[in-house]
Structures are given as C-alpha cells and as structure tokens.
Design a protein around this ligand. Structure first.
Ligand SMILES: [Zn+2]
Length: 304
C-alpha cells in the first residue's frame, strides 16, 4: 500500500491539490460580495412589489399572489439560457431570506444551503453569471462562468493531475475575476484571495505530507493532507450523487487510486463501499439491458 508521501512526490497531483485550494480561496474572496448584493437586490424587489391582497406583512411568508409576482421578477433577471431553479429555494420566505432568492440562480442540489458561507464555488459562480443584478457590478460576467468550468475540470479530472501550464492558466483566470475593475478590485476579501492565490502558485513542489500549503488569515495552518481530504470528500460526494460531469472512467480511476492508499481508503471507507454497491448495480443493469437487446436482435434476425 502506498503512503501519502508517495503520492505527494507527484508534482502533477500536488498541482491538482493546489488548483482545488485556489478555487476554495476564490470562493472565499467573493462570498461577502455575493451576499451583500443579493441583500440589496432583495430589498429592491420588496420596495417594488406590493402584495395584491394586502395579506403579506413581511416575515410571515409570501401569499400565492406574491409568489407569482416574485417568480416573474426573479425570472426577468436571467440573461443566460438557463431557467430559474425553484426547487432549490423555499419560495415562501423570499421576503425574509436573500439567500433563498440567490439559490434560484444556481443549478439543483442547493436546497439545504442557507447562506453564502455554506455555498460551494460552483453555486457562487452560477449566481453572478446568471443573475442580471450583477451585470452592473462586474465588468465581465463570463469570467465567473469560466471559473465554474475550471472547478468542474479540476473536480472531475480523471487522472487527478494538473500541469504547471494549466495551473498557471487557472490561477490567472481566478485573479482576473477577483481583480474585476468595477468593485472587486477594491474589495478587501477579494484582494486577500488574490494574495493567497499567488502564494499557492509560488509554493515549491518538493513537499511532504506535513507541508503547509497556506497560512490562513487567523494564522491557522492549512496542511496539505487537510486540503487533500476536503477535495476527496467533495469529489466522492459528487460521484455518489452522480452529478453532471461524472464519468465511469472517473469513478473507476478514483476507486483504483484510493484503494491503493492506506490512509485514504480508511478515511473514506464508507463512501467507497457505497460507491462500489452503486457501480455493481449499474453494471448489472447495463448487462441486463444489453442481454435484452441481444435477445431482441436474435429474434429479429430469426423472423427476417
Ligand atoms: Zn402577498
């Protein structure tokens, strides 16, 4: 069985972890920005929409008529080809929780999330990219879509490897987003994230499992092993939920990789078991379907 130090000798694997950490820092850099502006948007909607039946007094839940008005308003903000995700949000509390409004602009799976702090990088990027309220607050909303794509490439990377060139490009794109000239370039949190990204990029590749990849603002050291665990936890959760972008090749490679690592196979043994069961069921279903297809084909050939 391989020890952590063995995989930490692979510079491309280290780059994969660096990219994951960089994405986390980018999300941290825009959380306050997203939350602040969603509160403003919600306030603006409240000031414009009046309850037709005069029954909603605020904080008690929206009536059906208000729900219709809110849905129309929130839909009008969408300037991309996507549709609002009503399933993500508790529609009756749009007047009291700005983040329930924000979740409408994210893809499904964010129902349990209650705040910007609990939202992952994909959700935050989708919000700014999809919700037109942000159009006047950033120069280029497309850069948010780009970082969302980077996150998907990194998370679903089959071979868990990122080259130096790729890492450089990824970090460059994240910095472009964080240094947006409209507001983010003067935002303290966004600029702290930029510093962190440069710090990550400059780290040497000859590191070991107790290497500190980064020191957080509160001087809490973030060790490489912790970043790795977070990354694997997210990856396995997504694979187990079979999120878009997950491929069979990715699953097989992830299972193979973890099974060879003493520490990771122990930490994630429950996730791995769940995944193996799912894979077994899937293979069985595929074999059965293939079998049925073959049977029909033989019958068809005989009847010809
Ligand atoms: Zn109402």
């Amino acid at each position: 069985m391989a020890k952590p130090i063995d995989r930490f000798r692979d510079p491309l694997y280290i780059n994969w972890l660096k990219a994951a950490r960089a994405l986390f820092c980018t999300a941290e850099g825009i959380r306050d920005f997203c939350e602040r502006h969603m509160k403003e948007y919600q306030k603006d909607v409240i000031s414009r929409l009046k309850c037709p039946t005069d029954t909603c007094t605020g904080g008690t839940g929206l009536c059906k008529d208000c729900e219709v008005l809110w849905k129309k308003e929130l839909t009008s903000q969408i300037h991309t080809k996507t549709s609002p995700c009503w399933k993500n949000a508790n529609v009756t509390i749009w007047d009291s929780s700005a983040w329930e409004v924000a979740k409408v602009y994210m893809t499904h799976g964010q129902k349990k999330v209650r705040s910007a702090a609990e939202t992952d990088v994909v959700g935050l990027m989708q919000l700014v990219h999809t919700c037109g309220w942000f159009n006047s607050l950033v120069t280029n909303v497309k850069s948010f879509e780009k970082v969302k794509d980077i996150r998907n490439d990194v998370s679903h990377s089959v071979h868990l490897k990122v080259t130096d060139t790729q890492l450089g490009e990824y970090i460059k794109d994240m910095i472009v987003l964080l240094e947006d000239s409209k507001e983010l370039q003067n935002d303290k949190k966004a600029q702290t994230a930029v510093k962190e990204l440069r710090q990550i990029q400059d780290l040497p590749l000859e590191i070991n499992d107790t290497t500190v990849l980064q020191t957080e603002k509160d001087n809490r050291e973030v060790e490489l092993v912790q970043i790795e665990r977070d990354m694997w936890k997210t990856k396995l959760d997504e694979i187990n939920k079979w999120e878009p972008g997950v491929t069979k090749e990715e699953i097989n490679h992830a299972l193979d990789f973890i099974s060879k690592q003493t520490d990771l196979s122990e930490i994630f043994k429950d996730d791995i078991e769940l995944l193996k069961t799912k894979m077994y069921k899937l293979e069985k279903r595929v074999t059965e379907t293939e079998g049925k297809k073959m049977y029909c084909f033989i019958l068809y050939q005989r009847c010809k």
